[in-house]
Ligand binder design. Structure first.
Ligand code: FRU
Length: 329
């Protein structure tokens, strides 16, 4: 929904240079293009808790009307995000959470539910029995903690699947690759490897590829559309499966707008998820390509409207000058 009121929305992103977060930002900008009176300030903390804290302080000093934040690690960011909330500046937390629950709204998928779904899928695939490897994300991130908790709840209650190895991949392909390479013999012995995002799943795959093990079942999380990302990798048979983890950029802006315009909004905005494997990846890819194409058309149309507006404004100025000079003459 558009508004003529002027507001400043700041977005503090924990880390910026991966395809998943670029998609999130793209979505936000697209949604913001419907509200030209919103000033949007974006800060990327590059995976650094200190830096993110500092950036949020600076945003506060600058003066903002609302903060959207994806906190790097929960504990270290809780204090500063709480202080924003306590200053009565609305806070929308997205993807990852702080430890306190002091925010107006959360936008993101339910990571605990994703972990459970992954566990059920693994049990089903293994027919209830086997040994798996787990690759976790950065230790203090709520997404990693909650995914692990959900996964373990399901596996613990089944009691028939062993955890043969756990590595801490930091959410990064390269880190995960290096650690997997160091543990390659143990990795080889697992029936399934589950990495808590697709990038780390790719890292494990890279290590396996080096020893000619291309068939090992590796599962990721995100299932991001687009070239070189998770969804495509499933279609090509490179990843065994992944769980959809929507970025929620559009919903985060919509929620922010509702708060600023004093409209009703929900505190928990949980985005849907599902298991994507060989059976449905093709269909998902087709549909996401189609949506991407439509988005492209919308962007083009928006550009046209902007150009028309500029021409119109220019003509209005010329006309004003003309009228003024006529009156003066
Ligand atoms: C991107 C990412 C995703 C993951 C999410 C967890 O930076 O690592 O791959 O699902 O963050 O917060």
């Amino acid at each position: 929904e558009t508004t003529s009121q002027k507001f400043i929305i700041a977005f503090s992103q924990c880390t910026g240079n991966d395809a998943w977060r670029e998609t999130m930002l793209d979505e936000m900008k697209r949604e913001l293009s419907f509200s030209p009176n919103i000033e949007f300030i974006y800060r990327d903390a590059q995976g650094d808790n200190e830096k993110q804290t500092q950036q949020i302080k600076e945003l506060l000093d600058h003066g903002i009307d609302l903060l959207i934040v994806s906190p790097n690690e929960a504990e270290p960011l809780t204090h500063i995000v709480d202080s924003v909330f306590q200053k009565n500046i609305p806070v929308v937390v997205t993807d990852r959470k702080t430890s306190s629950g002091l925010y107006n709204a959360y936008v993101g998928a339910d990571n605990h539910a994703i972990g459970k779904l992954a566990g059920q899928f693994i049990l089903h695939t293994l027919d209830g029995e086997g040994s798996i490897g787990i690759v976790t994300g950065l230790k203090g991130t709520s997404a990693s903690i909650e995914r692990k908790k959900g996964l373990m709840e399901v596996l613990d209650s089944a009691k028939t699947v062993r955890i043969g190895l756990e590595i801490h991949g930091n959410w990064e392909r390269q880190t995960s690759y290096k650690l997997a390479k160091g543990e390659i013999d143990r990795i080889k012995r697992q029936d399934i490897i589950i990495a808590f995002n697709d990038q780390m799943a790719f890292g494990v795959k890279d290590a396996l590829q080096e020893i000619g093990e291309n068939k090992k079942r590796v599962i990721g999380i995100d299932a991001l559309p687009g070239e070189g990302n998770g969804l495509e990798a499933i279609v090509h048979g490179n990843l065994f499966a992944s769980l959809l983890y929507p970025t929620g950029g559009t919903e985060a802006i919509r929620t922010a707008m509702a708060i600023l315009q004093l409209k009703p909004y929900k505190r928990d905005n949980l985005l849907g998820t599902l298991v994507i494997d060989q059976d449905n990846a093709g269909l998902m890819l087709l549909q996401s390509n189609k949506i991407q194409q439509q988005q492209h058309d919308i962007d083009k149309r928006q550009e046209l409207i902007n150009t028309q507006n500029k021409i119109y404004k220019g003509q209005k100025t010329t006309l004003n000058i003309l009228v003024t000079s006529l009156v003066l003459a």
